[in-house]
Design a protein around this ligand. Sequence first.
Ligand SMILES: Cc1cc2nc3c(=O)[nH]c(=O)nc-3n(C[C@H](O)[C@H](O)[C@H](O)COP(=O)(O)OP(=O)(O)OC[C@H]3O[C@@H](n4cnc5c(N)ncnc54)[C@H](O)[C@@H]3O)c2cc1C
Length: 262
Amino acid sequence: MSFDYEVIVVGLGAMGSSAVYHLAQSGLRVLGLDRYQPPHSFGSSHGLTRIIREAYFEDPLYVPLVQRAYELWADLEKQSGRQLLLKTGGLMIGPPDGVIVGGARHSAEQHKLAHEILSSTELSRKFPMFRLEDNPMAVWEPRAGILFPERAIQTHLDLAARLGARLRFNDAVHKWEPFGKGVRVFTEASSYTANQLVLSPGAWMDSLLGEAKLPLTVERQVLFGSSQLRSRKCFIQINFQSSFANMRLTVSFMAFLILAMG
Ligand SMILES: Cc1cc2nc3c(=O)[nH]c(=O)nc-3n(C[C@H](O)[C@H](O)[C@H](O)COP(=O)(O)OP(=O)(O)OC[C@H]3O[C@@H](n4cnc5c(N)ncnc54)[C@H](O)[C@@H]3O)c2cc1C
């Protein structure tokens, strides 16, 4: 039985656009489908920036994955001639024994990453825009920085198309089913077959999993930023013990400054 494509990727946000690019780079016949025209403002990858950091507080197991991601971002920048990552350095601020500072320090030490531990006093001296109560500590990570997610999606898609991937936008997938040893994918406009299927529809995942019901929930993520931090005209007051009533963790804070340290 022959298939239209070797792989179909559903959803072309940060994850799917990267998958389409890497599959096309491996020489596979790929189709990428999206319900909108990415990059767009409806998915998780919308916005100007995303943090990249090496000293993963969540678990040291992530560090090699992030290190590989740094290599791949550098490679993509080289292939495209576009800047996708800006190293700014990053601060993880929180209680000394809290999840963020304790975890980032553990990862940094285990993987011998460049980092600096700052006491509350050192932190206020080096970054006077923070007025911090409750004597928090900080981990400074010089390799951390920001990615430009929408530019990254566009770049992955441009390069994937150049490598021969077929991309279809504004055509939502509403169903897929087994087809021989592969799959058939139904969109609003058409249907396609492939040996393999990659589902990367982000928050829409639940609607495409069929009977494989997984315990997924969509959570709102809130960001804040201030360009005034750059000019040091703005001060942020943080009380680490206080009332972020809905947070399960002791409050900690990640700061990415477009500033040289010192
Ligand atoms: C506010 C916020 C801040 C974040 N900060 C960071 C950070 O600093 N660092 C970090 O690493 N991560 C961060 N993340 C997480 C990161 O942004 C996400 O993990 C990433 O963007 C997820 O990409 P995605 O491709 O899975 O999802 P999306 O970008 O949502 O892409 C899913 C795509 O699937 C398409 N789609 C959905 N359903 C269908 C369908 N039926 N048919 C066809 N297409 C479909 C959608 O149109 C969309 O284009 C943050 C997330 C948010 C929301």
